[in-house]
Design a protein around this ligand. Sequence first.
Ligand code: URA
Length: 258
Amino acid sequence: MPSLDPETRRAISDRIRYYNDLGIYDLYRQPVELLNSAPKIESEAAVTMPTASASRASAPPTVSSDPMVSLRQIREDLGDCTRCRLHKQGRKQIVFGVGNPRADLMFIGEAPGADEDEKGEPFVGRAGQLLTNMIKAMGLSREEVYIANIIKCRPPGNRTPERDECETCSPFLMRQIEVIGPKAIVALGAVAAKTLLAINAPMSELRGRWYDFRGTKLAVTYHPAFLLRDPRQKKETWKDLQMVMKELGLKAPEKAPA
Ligand code: URA
């Protein structure tokens, strides 16, 4: 049997874990001839995963070593999601995530707000402007990193996401993280930190150090919306971002973001 490249191997194990999360454990290999005749394989490197059972998955899902293709697949799997109550509580659209599918650095916020719900892109409102400035201060651009949220639909009135909403939605974020394979993740604010790390502690204790998140380095810092309310914490946030820059080998510009 030919050996698989590490990216494809990772994509396949991600897909198997996803099936396991759904309670599906019996997976079967499909003959290569069938792969060649399968419709809609989006890149040369795409491979088809075995169906869990004929009734559950009549069209074999596709995983690919091209992260763009894999992200598109995750978006397709989300569909016009109705898995939690938020779909009927005024969301205009699903806010999937944006940026470089091969980003070294991923920022993960809480949930879309009104501006994000309107535009379909995370962090495009006032907090987003501050995040964009923070990214620029690190010597990067929004296009170079990947930005997503714990949940993909706007909660009514921008309330804090409920635990079950986070639990329902975050498996899709986990798949995005696996596909992108960042070197570092920055969790923005308590909801992101607590959901990803399953730790309940105040932000002042959570920030300022590295965590291991499924083999990836994860740092926690203040949410930009909080910084708009309490700009004194920008200094601490900048320290967190400098820690991230050091890890990624990014050269520190002279001054902190305004
Ligand atoms: N706050 C978040 O946590 N995410 C967004 O996308 C916008 C604001």
